[in-house]
Each structure stands twice: as C-alpha cells, then as structure tokens.
Design a protein around this ligand. Structure first.
Ligand code: ATP
Ligand code: MG
Length: 853
C-alpha cells in the first residue's frame, strides 16, 4: 500500500483565493529575485523531502572521538600521565589523532567526489528568477518561487496553480491511483476535503503526464505532504544486503574483541600485574582489533569505483548500487532506447483495406500535433514524417477542444477536435485494444461500415503481419461527437470507427548485440520487459542474437498467482504487453527467487520497476521520474558501458573483500597470540603504545587497497559479499599466523634470550611485517608472482614492512620503547616471514580449490 495523502489535514493554500496565497508568500506571478530566493533558502533550508543528515565537518571530525574505546583509552593514558608517564600520554594522543585524521580525510574526500557526481545528473526545474527563466536543481527552490511545468516533469514542491492547460498529473506516489488526474488553475477553489481532490494544487513527488502549467511554490522540503509522509516512512533507505553483510562482520569482530579483552584483563589481574598498564594494554588491543577502518575502506573503495566509471560517462548516484551492479545476475530491460536506437521512423500508413493511404496518417498527425502529453518517439516519428516526406496536413481549420492523455494502462491517447462546427474524437493507440473498442470501420468508399467478424480477423491479421516484419504498429480510430461537446473522458473511447494502422521501424542499436553477448558471458542473464507486442520483440531478439526461452504476455501474467509466477520465471525471458505495475511485479518476484536484479529503462512507465530493482539503471535523457528512481545514470545511451559498470562493481567488492580477509585473518591470529602471551609471559607482550603504533601503521598500509587491480578471471562471475567464505578463511589463516607468532616468541625467549624490551620489539616487528606482507598472497587467487598489484598498494605495503624493521634502529626507537635487535634476529625474521608467506600461499590454494564456486 502506498502511503496515503488522504489523511493529511487540508492546507489553507488549497482553497484560499489566489491573491491571498501570493500575498502570504510575498511573491507575484513574476516570481522572486535571486537575492530574495537566496535569503529564503537560508531560512527554509534546501528543498529536499528528507533533508540529508549532513553534519558540519568539525562536528563529524569530533564525533569520531566519541568512540567509547578511544575515550577510555585517552582517559587511561591521562591517568598514567598523572602518575608521571607523560610521554605515553602524548604518544597515545598523537596516534589516536593521526588515525582519526586519516579516516576522516579519506572518507570526506570520497563522499565529496560522489556528491559532485550526483549533482551532475540532478533533476532540474524551470523557475522564474529576476524575471527570467532559469534552470535549477530541485533542492534550490524556495516558497514563493514560480515554476513552469510540462509533461514528464516531476512536481518539485507543493504548489498552487497560476495557469494550466490540459494539465494531467499522476498522483500514484501519494494516492495509489494509477490514472492521471486533471488539475485546473482557479482563483477561488472550493475547499477540498482531501489532498487528492485539491484540483488547484500540485504536490511534490507527483509527475506531470500531459499539458503545461505555471505554479507558485507554497511549501518546500520536509514541509510538503510528500516530505511529511516520507519523513516517517523513508527517512533512511533500508540497508542493502551488502551493508548488512559488512555490518554483521563488524559486529562479529567486535564480539571476539570484547571476549579477548576481558580475558587478557582477567589474566593480568589474576597474575597481579600493574593494573593501569594492564587496562591500557587491553584497551589498546581493543582499538587495534576493532575494524574501525572498515566503513572508511568500504566508502573509499566504492567511491573510487564510482569515479572510474564517471570516466566512462556512467554516474553512480547511490554508492550501494556499486555492489549491487557487480552482484547482479539478471538484468531486466525495456526495449526502446536501450536495445533499439529509439530513432523511430514511420514507414507506412495502411487503411482498413490494407492499401497505403493518406487518411489514417492525417488523423494520426492530428492526434500527435494536438496532444500535450510527454512526446513519445512514436509521436516524434509521426510529426517528422508529416513535415518531411508527406507534407504536413493543413491544420489551420482545426481547433483542439479537449484531450484524454496517454497512459500506460490504456495504451492510447484521445483528442477532441473541431472543424467548422463538427466535432471529432481521434484516438491513437495499441491496435488490438482499438479494434476491440471499434464497432465500425472505414470502408473502401469512405463510409463507416459495421465491423463483422471477418473484417475484424482481417484487420487483426494485418496487425500481426506488421509485427512479424519487425514493425511496431499503432492504430487510429475516430468517433463523431455532437457539436456541443466540450469535454471528453475515458468513457468516450468506445463505439469507434477503425481507420487503419501506422507501421514504424526502430532499428536495433549497433552496440547492443555485442553488449548483450558480453553481459551473458559475464553471467548476467537478460530479460526484456516491454509494453510492446510479442511479434515485434521476437523480431528484435532475432536481430540481436538474443535467445528466447519463453514469452509471457501481460494478459497471462494477470491470471498468475505469485507462486506460479515465481515458478515460471526461470523459463521466461520476454515479457510483452506488460503495464508499469506488471514490470514492478516481475522484478520483485525475480528478487524473491534469490536473484540480484537490475532494471534498465527510461520512461515514466519504468519508474516503479527502477525503484523495485536492486540496481536501477537509467539514462541522462530519461524522464525525471525515471532518473530520480535510478541508482546509476548513463550519460550516453550505450549498452556496452553497462558491462563496464558490472565489472567495476565486481572489482570494488573484491577489493573490499581483500581488506576484510586481511583484517579478519590477522586479527583472529593476533587474538590467539595475545591470549597465549597473556598466559605465559611475565610481562606485557607489547606496550600499549606499541600496539597502537602497530595498528596505525597496519591501517596506513591498507589504504592502497581501493586502488588495487583485480584479476580478469575473478570478474567473470557475479561477485557477492560472501560472509561465510570470509569467516572460513579467517578460521583457517588466523591460526596459521598465530603459529608464527608463537614461533617468534620461542625464538626470542630461548634463542635470543630476550628481555622485556627486546621481546616487545621483536614481536612488534614480526607481527607488523607478516600482517602487512600477506596482502601479496591474499589479493589474488593466482600465484603472487603471476599477478601485478597496483604500485600504490605494493609501495605502501613494502614501505610499512621496511619501516617496521628499521624503526628500532632509528633515534625514534626509545620514544616507542623499542630497542635495536641483534643481526641474528633479522636473519631469523627474514626466514620466518618467507616461511609464513609460503604457508599462507599453500593455505590459500587449498582453500580456494575447496571453497570457491
Ligand atoms: N504516443 C503514443 N500514442 C498512442 N499509443 C502509444 C503511444 N506510445 C505508446 N503507445 C502504445 O503503448 C504501448 C506501450 O508503449 P511502449 O511500447 O512505449 O512501452 P514500453 O514498455 O516503454 O516499451 P519499450 O520496451 O519498447 O520501451 C505501445 O506499444 C503502443 O501500443
Ligand atoms: Mg520504454
């Protein structure tokens, strides 16, 4: 059930005289000046139904210190400073500050970059400012602004109409009513009881189906009806599967961390070790083990993918779409404009005898010329054909009286026209429906003859034959109406006189065949969801080499239960003659069967399906509603970039997975080692400062991951966030790394007879070097020497390992409590690192052979 408008209390602006509305807004039909608008924007805030909870930079920065672990740690080191250990406090503060800054800057930059991209494809409105028409993003509008609207536009805010011509809007978002509603400008409207009946008002989130209007904005942003409804219903978009997966992983690590910290603390207290040191050590451990960088790495990796795609002229509006597009295994698409050129050409106009004739064309031209709905490419083709090939019929004598605009449920458009006192209804639309609504047809002599079964069958055959040739067809029908008829509605579309067919050709896109094949090779199945007929779609599939497994029509779909639909889905690749609601239904059903589903479309009729999809793809030239609903916008109508987007999405998720595999296995290993060390060592295995420094350097080395290359073979299949696989990997590799830690302990204590400082130094170096270098193993399913890491990643990892090894030899060493180890240590360290990497490589191979796909 869509949220309902009907319960909203009536607003004064629905029924006040127009004068009073303008006065209360201190504006006029000429609109506002720029300065005044700027002032109001500051006062009222941006025109967004749900204002983003964006914090000021410094608030955001400070909020990162509000992490309880960090606070307790700072407090504890403050305590130790009070007892005389000031250097430890300073170092703790610096390390904490550095890691927060690192996190903050990276995440901010990534978000700013994505926001900039998003703005390039923002929906815009035509608004009067300083007396001239300007085109501004919707969020810039303020109460008192005067906007101009025409078919296809989103209503930008809650408005009162100043002028309207044949204005029809779709209010389905608010009322659930699929048919267009007519709106009129009125000076003093009668007070409506419900918003749906406020005929002189337009509401944010609804869209213009036909006609044109000028309107003054009364409410913006959260004050609009839509804002009030969405404020309660949709303030936070539901998290995607990926976000849930990442969060779940974070919680898992957190639980393990708490367990370990409590364990270490208990052991230390039981063994009567200094309690302040023990507390700080435990806290430092907790800071080190929590994957605090995870959200940042996810954002930065996704944003980097988005920026790379922007170079291919693909704009990612929602970062979560990056993951979904990589995981997508079914892509549903409409036909016109995505698979075809959308440069539709009228090739023939046939009368009821099947001969080419001028009469049906002239009627269609009349209909297209006077209709004020969103210009469809079919109308474009009719008008172009009129002007070029055939010479436009002279419409000087004709006057338009009224219109019933096109909608995707009826699939037809009617205009009422007048010529010398005679009134004629001209209907243009889907041939099978028009034939059903006709009682007569235009005979050879020009008279309207009764439609007998034989003629019906003949006309239907004519339509079918056009479809088999790959021609899209429209029919035209008429009905004389009495001279006093001013208005028409849907009920008038009956007892028509069938006039003939128009045939159109829409060539397939040159790039489509290759793009469809590429997607199929990459494990993305394609389904077509079109309002067009089966014959035309089959013809197109033939031209595109797109195999058809099964076809289902909207008619058939209507009679299927949800269960039956889900059962049939795998066999059906083409859905034809489907309505917008049915497109959405197919999409949801497909998602329920466990697929990650994309939808690509550009029309008003595609918006609900775009919303329902895991990833909605649209084009920059699409209608506002479609653009608004999509998560990814293609700046060029080129299908091949969709394949690029799929690969980029996979690359992104694989890189996030690398970070998580690294972090989880080394953290898990560290937990074992720490627990062991706590039990058997007479002192702390590392000082709290060393633990923090270790963590900071490790984090820094990982910031190269978003840049990393990904192997081609890893991109060949849809990539999911695979938590079970990650956990299994952690359970296998973690203990392996612990094994080496214990080996290091043994060597340090028994071969090198290390004292406390040397032990801590030794473990600091070994632990950092192994954790950092194992990225070369984990980052690829191949052998590490057969795969090229990105130079930034390789550089950072090697530099960090080198820094770890050399730091104890520098003058800085005493600051961190490090001492210079003997040369023998380095020899053993080198051997241990190599052995560890070799073992990790072996484990990885076994693991991937066993568990991957
Ligand atoms: N301008 C128009 N005038 C009359 N009828 C129209 C017009 N545009 C579309 N129709 C009818 O509505 C049907 C559905 O429209 P359309 O084919 O554009 O839907 P769609 O789902 O967007 O299809 P596609 O996948 O080709 O984009 C058409 O097949 C035609 O019968
Ligand atoms: Mg379409």
């Amino acid at each position: 059930m869509p949220p309902s408008l009907e319960s909203a209390a009536p607003q004064p602006s629905w029924s006040l005289p127009l004068e009073a509305v303008l006065a209360s807004l201190s504006t006029s039909p000429a609109g506002l000046g720029n300065e005044e608008a700027e002032d109001r924007r500051r006062r009222w805030g941006p025109n967004q139904p749900v204002p983003p909870r964006r914090r000021r930079a410094w608030v955001d920065f400070l909020a990162r210190f509000a992490n309880p672990l960090v606070l307790i740690l700072l407090f504890a080191s403050g305590l130790s400073a009070a007892t005389g250990n000031t250097s430890s406090f300073i170092i703790v503060a610096i390390v904490v500050l550095l890691s927060v800054v690192l996190d903050f800057i990276q995440e901010r930059q990534a978000e700013a970059a994505v926001e900039a991209l998003r703005r390039t494809v923002a929906v815009r409105a035509r608004v009067l400012r300083d007396g001239a028409e300007a085109t501004l993003p919707l969020d810039q509008l303020v109460p008192g602004d005067v906007v101009r609207l025409s078919a296809g536009d989103l209503v930008p805010a809650d408005c009162r109409l100043l002028q309207a011509r044949d204005l029809f809007v779709n209010q389905a978002v608010l009322t659930g009513e699929a048919y267009p509603v007519e709106k009129r400008a009125e000076d003093t409207p009668t007070a409506p009881a419900m918003a749906g009946e406020a005929t002189a008002c337009l509401f944010m989130g609804t869209s213009v189906i036909a006609g044109s209007a000028t309107a003054v904005i009364c409410q913006t942003g959260a004050a609009t009806l839509f804002g009030r409804i969405s404020g309660s219903l949709r303030s936070v978009p539901p998290p995607t599967a990926f976000e849930i997966g990442v969060r779940r992983f974070g919680f898992l690590i957190l639980r393990l961390t708490i367990f370990l910290v409590l364990f270490v603390l208990t052991v230390n207290v039981l063994f009567h070790r200094p309690w302040l040191d023990s507390l700080m050590f435990a806290l430092a451990l907790a800071v080190g083990l929590t994957p605090e960088l995870l959200p940042m790495i996810v954002t930065v990796t996704l944003a980097r993918g988005a920026l790379r795609l922007a170079k291919r002229r693909v704009i990612v509006k929602r970062l979560a779409s990056m993951h979904n597009v990589g995981a997508m295994d079914v892509l549903c698409t409409d036909k016109t404009g995505t698979l075809t050129e959308a440069s539709i050409r009228l090739v023939r106009a046939l009368d009821c005898q099947g001969t080419e004739g001028r009469h049906p064309f002239d009627l269609a031209y009349l209909n297209s010329r006077f209709e004020t709905g969103l210009r469809s490419p079919l109308d474009e083709a009719i008008l172009v054909h009129g002007e070029a090939a055939q010479g436009a019929p002279d419409l000087a004598a004709w006057r338009k009286c009224d219109e019933v605009p096109f909608d995707f449920e009826r699939r037809r458009v009617s205009v009422l026209v007048e010529n010398g006192g005679e009134r004629l209804l001209v209907v243009k639309g889907a041939p099978e429906d028009l034939l059903r609504l006709s009682g007569r047809y235009r005979g050879p002599g020009g008279d309207a003859l009764p439609l007998d079964d034989g003629t019906r069958a003949r006309l239907d055959a004519q339509f079918q034959a056009l479809g088999r040739e790959g021609c899209r067809a429209l029919a035209v029908a008429t009905k004389p109406l009495p001279p006093d008829r001013e208005h028409i509605d849907r009920a008038d579309e009956c007892d028509l006189v069938f006039e003939g067919h128009l045939a159109f050709l829409d060539p397939p896109k040159a790039s489509a065949t290759a793009a469809v094949a590429a997607l199929a090779r990459s494990g993305v199945a394609i389904k077509i969801l079109t309002g067009d007929t089966e014959a035309v779609t089959r013809h197109l599939c033939g031209e595109l080499d797109l195999p058809i497994r099964g076809v289902m029509t909207g008619e058939e779909l209507r009679s299927l239960s949800e269960d039956a639909l889900r059962a049939r889905l795998p066999q059906v690749t083409v859905f034809c003659r489907v309505t917008p609601q049915q497109k959405e239904r197919v999409l949801l059903a497909c998602r329920q069967t466990g697929h990650v589903v994309g939808f690509m479309g550009d029309g008003v009729n595609d918006a609900s399906a775009l919303h329902a999809a895991d990833v909605g793809i649209s084009v920059d030239s699409a209608t506002d509603v479609a653009k608004e609903a999509a998560g990814i916008i293609l700046l060029d109508q080129d299908l091949s970039v969709v394949h690029e987007a799929v690969l980029e999405g996979r690359r992104t998720v694989l890189n996030v997975t690398k970070y998580v595999l690294m972090g989880s296995s080394s953290n898990f290993g560290n937990m074992f080692s720490m627990a062991g060390a706590a039990l058997f060592l007479p002192f702390l295995p590392m000082t709290p400062v060393q633990v923090l420094l270790n963590n900071l350097l490790y984090d820094a080395s990982e910031t190269g991951i978003p840049f990393d290359n990904v192997e081609e073979e890893a991109l060949a299949r849809p990539v999911y966030w695979n938590l079970p696989l990650i956990l299994r990997f952690m359970l296998v590799l973690g203990p392996v790394s612990s094994l080496f830690d214990f080996l290091t302990f043994y060597v340090l204590l028994h071969l090198l007879h290390a004292n406390e400082a040397l032990f801590q130094t030794g473990w600091f170096v070994e632990s950092l070097a192994t954790q950092v270098l194992v990225i070369f193993i984990i980052r690829t399913p191949r052998a590490p020497w057969r795969s090229h890491p990105h130079p930034v990643l390789a550089g950072l990892a090697l530099a960090t390992a080198a820094l770890a090894a050399l730091l104890p030899l520098t003058p800085l060493a005493p600051v961190f409590g490090l001492v210079a180890p003997p040369p023998l240590f380095y020899l053993l360290l080198g051997a241990a690192v190599l052995a560890y990497l070799a073992l990790a490589e072996g484990v990885k191979r076994l693991f991937f052979r066993r568990f991957s796909t």
